[in-house]
Write a protein that binds this ligand. Structure first.
Ligand SMILES: Cc1cc2nc3c(=O)[nH]c(=O)nc-3n(C[C@H](O)[C@H](O)[C@H](O)COP(=O)(O)OP(=O)(O)OC[C@H]3O[C@@H](n4cnc5c(N)ncnc54)[C@H](O)[C@@H]3O)c2cc1C
Length: 442
C-alpha cells in the first residue's frame, strides 16, 4: 500500500499546524496517502482505482464493508440481473467475459467485479467507514477520518454511490402495523411470504421486479403506484430498448426519440394507463434527463397486473393493525409491506464541502458530465443517475485529470515514501516531511 503511516504522537501535522478534530471520533493513527484516496469499493471506486493504476497512479480505497461491492453482495434480491445489457454495464479497461448472457445475473456481475479487482491488484482497506472528510486550507490537503485512522491526501475521490442509505417513508399508524415492514434492500426472495398478502410500495424497476418474484412464490402481491411513470418493454425489435434509444439519440432530438419509444411501447405493451400506470406528460428520455427518473423496463410484471395476479393501489393514507387505507378510500388487509422506495446518497453526513455536492440530496450540483470535479482535488464517480455507464465515463475522466498532477508531484512523493521506510522519526525528518507535503501542493 502506497502510504506512509506513523503514530499520531509523531505526526508533524498534528503537532504543528492542524487544529484538533471537530469530529467526536478521535482516530489513533495518522496515515499520509501519497496518491488519491477513494471512498467506497463499489463498481465506481474500483473503476476509478483501475483507471488510475492504468495511468501509473497508485490509489488507496477505503470501504466500510468487509468486501467489495457491498450493495450487490448484501442488499440485492436473489433473482436480480443487470437491468441493462452487459455492454452498457462493463467497467473501463475490462469487458465482461464473452460467455456471459446479455443480462448477467447478480452472481455473474459479482464474479466479474472480483476478477476486475484481482486483475488490477486492487486491495481496498475494509471495515473503514469514513465518518468525516474536510479540506484543510492551511496545509492544502484533505483530512479524512475513520474511527481508527486519519488519512491525509491531496486528491479525494468520492465513490460511495447514490444508493448508500435506504429511503424509508413514514406513514400514519406505521408503528401499529402488525406484520413485517421491510425495505427491498433486505428482501431476498418471496419464499418467506408464501400464501401471504404483500403490499409493495414503489414502482421503480425494483418494486416491479419484487412483485413479479412474489407471484412466483404463490403470494398475493399488490403494488402502490403513487406517481405517473413510464413503463417500456425491455427490448424492441430484438434490441435492448436502452441500446436502441442510445443509437437513435445520435441522429434525432430527444423528443422525436421519445415519441418513437412511446409509439412502439403502445403497440407492444398497450395502454399502461388502463391498468393504473398512467404516463407522465414528458417522454421517458426527457424525464430521465431533467428529473433523473428512470423508466421501468418491463420484464413481465405488466402481464401479471393485467391478469389480476398483481393489484394496483394509489398512495397510502394510513395504516392500522393489518389494514392499509389508500387515498381513494379503499381499505385492504395485508400481512407484510415491502418498501421499494429507493435510496439516497450518504455524502452530506460526512463530507464537508460546498464546491461539488448538494447538501440536500448529496449529489453533484453540476449537470451530467460536469459533476465529477470539485475544488481542491475533490472528485466524484458514480453520481450521474446513469448507472454503470456513467461510472465508466467519470472514472476515466477523473484518472485523466489526476495523472498529470501526480506525475509532476511524483518525485516529491517518492522522496517522502522512501524516507519513511529508511528513516528514523526524528524531529528533523518530521520537519522535512512537512515541508515536502507543502511543496506537493504548490
Ligand atoms: C437493485 C439494483 C439494481 C441495479 N441494476 C443496475 C443495472 O442493471 N445497471 C446499472 O448500470 N446500474 C444498476 N444499478 C445502479 C447501481 O447503483 C450501480 O450499478 C452501482 O452499484 C453503483 O456503483 P457505486 O460504486 O457507485 O455504488 P455502490 O455500489 O453503492 O458502492 C458504494 C460503496 O461505498 C461504500 N460506502 C458507502 N459509504 C461509505 C463510507 N462513508 N465510508 C466507506 N465506504 C462507504 C459502500 O459500502 C459501497 O460498497 C442498480 C442498483 C440497484 C439498487
Amino acid at each position: 500500500m502506497e502510504e506512509v503511516e506513523f503514530k499520531k504522537l509523531h505526526d508533524p501535522y498534528q503537532q504543528s499546524n492542524m487544529t484538533p478534530s471537530t469530529n467526536t471520533h478521535t482516530p489513533s493513527h495518522f496515515v499520509r496517502v501519497l496518491g488519491p484516496l477513494i471512498v467506497g469499493a463499489g463498481p465506481s471506486g474500483l473503476a476509478a482505482a483501475a483507471c488510475l493504476k492504468n495511468q501509473g497512479v497508485p490509489a488507496m480505497i477505503l470501504e466500510q464493508a468487509n468486501c467489495i461491492a457491498s450493495l450487490w453482495q448484501f442488499r440485492t434480491y436473489d433473482r436480480l440481473r443487470l437491468h441493462l445489457p452487459k455492454q452498457f454495464c462493463q467497467l473501463p479497461l475490462m469487458p465482461f467475459p464473452i460467455d456471459f448472457p446479455t443480462y448477467p445475473t447478480k452472481e455473474q456481475f459479482l464474479s466479474y467485479l472480483e476478477s476486475y479487482a484481482k486483475n488490477f491488484n486492487l486491495k481496498p482497506v475494509f471495515n473503514a467507514t469514513v465518518v468525516s472528510a474536510e479540506f484543510d486550507g492551511r496545509c492544502g490537503l484533505w483530512r479524512v477520518k475513520t474511527k481508527i485512522n486519519e488519512y491525509v491526501c491531496k486528491w479525494l475521490i468520492i465513490a460511495t454511490g447514490e444508493n448508500a442509505s435506504e429511503v424509508v417513508p413514514r406513514f400514519e399508524g406505521m408503528s401499529e402495523f402488525n406484520g413485517p415492514i421491510v425495505h427491498t434492500s433486505s428482501y431476498k426472495s418471496g419464499e418467506c411470504f408464501e400464501h401471504k398478502s404483500v403490499l409493495v410500495v414503489g414502482c421503480g424497476n425494483s418494486g416491479m421486479e419484487v412483485c413479479l418474484d412474489l407471484c412466483n412464490y404463490n403470494t398475493f402481491p399488490s403494488l402502490v403506484v403513487r406517481d405517473s411513470l413510464h413503463v417500456l418493454p425491455q427490448e424492441m425489435f430484438g434490441i435492448s430498448t436502452f441500446g436502441l434509444s442510445m443509437w437513435l439519440l445520435k441522429w434525432f432530438p430527444v423528443r422525436i426519440v421519445d415519441q418513437f419509444l412511446l409509439f412502439v411501447s403502445r403497440i407492444m405493451i398497450g395502454d399502461t394507463g388502463r391498468v393504473g400506470l398512467s404516463r407522465p406528460k414528458l417522454g421517458p428520455l426527457e424525464m430521465k434527463s431533467i428529473y433523473g427518473k428512470t423508466p421501468v423496463l418491463d420484464i413481465g410484471t405488466l402481464a401479471k397486473i393485467r391478469s389480476g395476479d398483481i393489484k394496483v393501489y394509489p398512495k397510502i393514507k394510513k395504516l392500522a393493525c393489518n389494514i392499509v387505507e389508500f387515498v381513494d378510500g379503499r381499505m385492504e388487509k395485508f400481512d407484510a409491506i415491502i418498501l421499494a422506495t429507493g435510496y439516497r446518497s450518504n455524502v452530506p453526513t460526512w463530507l464537508k464541502d460546498k464546491s461539488l455536492f448538494s447538501k440536500k440530496e448529496g449529489l453533484p450540483m453540476k449537470k451530467f458530465l460536469e459533476g465529477w470535479k470539485g475544488e481542491h482535488g475533490l472528485y466524484a464517480v458514480g453520481f450521474t443517475k446513469r448507472g454503470l455507464l456513467g461510472t465508466s465515463i467519470e472514472a476515466t475522466k477523473v484518472a485523466e485529470d489526476i495523472a498529470p498532477q501526480w506525475n509532476s508531484n511524483r518525485r516529491v512523493a517518492l522522496w517522502i515514501y522512501v524516507n519513511d521506510w529508511i528513516g528514523v522519526y526524528s524531529n528533523l525528518r518530521q520537519k522535512q516531511l512537512l515541508m515536502c507535503a507543502r511543496q506537493m501542493d504548490e
